[in-house]
Design a protein around this ligand. Sequence first.
Ligand code: HMG
Ligand code: MG
Length: 308
Amino acid sequence: MSELPMTVRVDGLPDRVTIYEVGPRDGLQNEKTVVPVEVKAEFVRRLVAAGLPVVEATSFVHPRWVPQLADAAELMTALGEEGRHLPVLVPNERGLDRALELGLEHVAIFGSATETFATKNLNRTFDEQFAMFEPTVARAREAGMDVRAYVSMCFGDPWEGAVPVDQVVTAGTRLLDLGAGQLSLGDTIGVATAGHVRALVAAFGDAGVGTDRLAMHFHDTYGQALANTFSALQAGITTFDASAGGLGGCPYAKSATGNLATEDLVWMLDGLGIEHGVDLGAVVATSTWMAGHLGRPSPSAVVRALAG
Ligand code: HMG
Ligand code: MG
């Protein structure tokens, strides 16, 4: 069995993409098993060693809201100097203070395109979430931090149904206007399809937000994440969020399952001859090792094919 696909280039796609690894954060926030902090530190180190250029390490959210990541400070302390440049989620100034105390350099805020999810995930209305983020981003920028913004429920919401493209563009541009450098468009419950992806990227373009400022964050609930990624590549997107082994989900969005698996993404990019800098074998080995700690096999098709 071949461990690499044959490479066949397709005209019009980018030559190189950035894979933004979210396994330690999006993956582990949704696991029933609470993973010991030293295992988390090892997970992060192995992902960095596998060549992943960005590894989102954890969240400085309220520990009651996400108990799986209650050890965020301990983890970042364990990682030490190596962890300072790794991004972490912060929803508010309290989270930012915790990140600043540890000397971290890169934070991500996370907003919602819908009223219902803003309430359920952040305990804020749609408008109130921006009031919470505004001083958070301003202070982070003053401290010289790099700020990413997520917008969730970009394609559909389990309570509100289909989400109008204009509503997503409004939420996303408001987050960028606060001072975020990059906007990651979250398909939180995995309902996006390829044409919808093209339409959303085009709508951001019409609003003056180019593909250089956008990232795509697909969950694979309906098995569409790779098709959606290909569609986004055709639209010129060059940053893709993915999770080693396909771990992931959101504890506050019913029906959110794992992210696009890093290994599945790497396999497709290798086939297309698109550079990414990641060692596929090392990520597969890491996901297999983590699956042992979690007590369940990886949902990634590529991990299952290569590790079997
Ligand atoms: P709240 O209860 O409204 O908080 O929660 P508050 O501002 O009213 O404060 C209440 C108490 O919590 C205060 O303590 C604060 O200090 C404390 P007291 O004065 O009563 O002793 N507190 C905190 N403690 C530690 N860290 C903090 C913090 N903030 C307040 N950061 C809050 C509001 C935003 C905090 C809460 O709703 C929360 O933590 N939500 C996080 C939910 C979450 O993490 N969801 C998953 C991540 S999002 C996601 O997965 C989607 C994504 O992957 C993209 C996609 O797929 O679409 C990114
Ligand atoms: Mg997510």
